[in-house]
Design a protein around this ligand. Structure first.
Ligand SMILES: [Zn+2]
Ligand SMILES: [Zn+2]
Length: 276
């Protein structure tokens, strides 16, 4: 059997370790001694929603699955706020994700759940994938907005971390800037990252498979509570292009609600729906 050699990705390991240590140790310690203002918490909530929806609506449903179309400026906005989640540029994220669906549960699946919880949750980002293939990127490269976001990704990340600092600074000087940066910048990135990771780990290990058993994808409605509707992952794997991950009216799917609302203002169109 072919043996796959995987090299460690040291910059990613370092960055992830710093964000995790800062969020689990630094932020609580800072909060204990200095406290966080109401503004810090509001910024945390606003940026959690913005960057989370940027990933689910922008990176996932718009770019990876072409579940709807939208004006160029709306796409650019979604890719900027999605970039704030520090989950790589849309070009890389979506190519990985398209490969996940095309090769689910196989060696080429970037977050192959058959390798266990930790690999599919976050272990996969510590290794450079030998299976990155131009075939999954070539279509994406034809989109000038995706390429623009890829080129300026580092600046977009910095703007997502700098924004809470600037808002906090005007509220409470340097310490106000630092506290807002720690909570709404660093800790917020940690929580959004882990919510996305839960789709690849929990939603491929635990939950029901009412729509298909061809791969390990599962529906976990409670994961939808923190992932803006992405917990209905078995439905999503079965009906890839549907702009809804939770198709029933009572399914908790804020990404679907946002796309539907945008469509009512003419800011999203050609919404794809699977008809049962
Ligand atoms: Zn998907
Ligand atoms: Zn999946």
């Amino acid at each position: 059997m072919e043996k796959t050699v995987r090299q460690l990705d040291y910059p990613v390991i370092l960055l992830f370790s710093v964000v995790t240590a800062c969020s689990l140790i630094g932020v609580p310690v800072f909060g204990y001694f200095h406290g966080f203002s109401l503004l810090d918490w509001v910024m945390f909530g606003v940026l959690y929603m913005a960057s989370g929806l940027g990933i689910t609506v922008g990176y996932h449903r718009l770019i990876s699955h072409r579940s709807f179309d939208c004006p160029a400026w709306v796409k650019a906005c979604l890719l900027v706020i999605g970039g704030w989640a520090l989950e790589n540029s849309a070009l890389r994220w979506c190519a990985d994700h398209i490969r996940h669906h095309a090769r689910c549960d196989q060696e080429q699946d970037p977050y192959n759940a058959t390798k266990g919880f930790w690999h599919s949750h976050c272990g996969w980002i510590f290794q450079k994938s030998p299976h990155r293939d131009e075939i999954y990127e070539s279509k994406l490269r034809k989109d000038p907005i995706i390429m623009w976001q890829h080129r300026y990704y580092a600046l977009i990340v910095l703007s997502g971390l700098g924004l809470p600092f600037v808002v906090g600074y005007f509220n409470g000087g340097w310490m106000g800037g630092l506290s807002c940066f720690l909570l709404a910048g660093v800790a917020r990135v940690f929580f959004v990252l882990n919510s996305t990771f839960c789709i690849n780990s929990i939603c491929h290990i635990w939950g029901a498979q009412p729509h298909g058993t061809e791969d390990s994808s599962r529906d976990s409605w409670w994961i939808s509570l923190v992932t803006f509707g992405e917990g209905y992952h078995n439905y999503h794997h079965t009906h890839l292009r549907d702009y809804r991950n939770g198709p029933k009216w009572y399914n908790i799917d804020p990404s679907k609600w946002l796309i539907f609302t945008l469509s009512k203002f003419g800011l999203a169109y050609n919404l794809q729906r699977h008809r049962a």
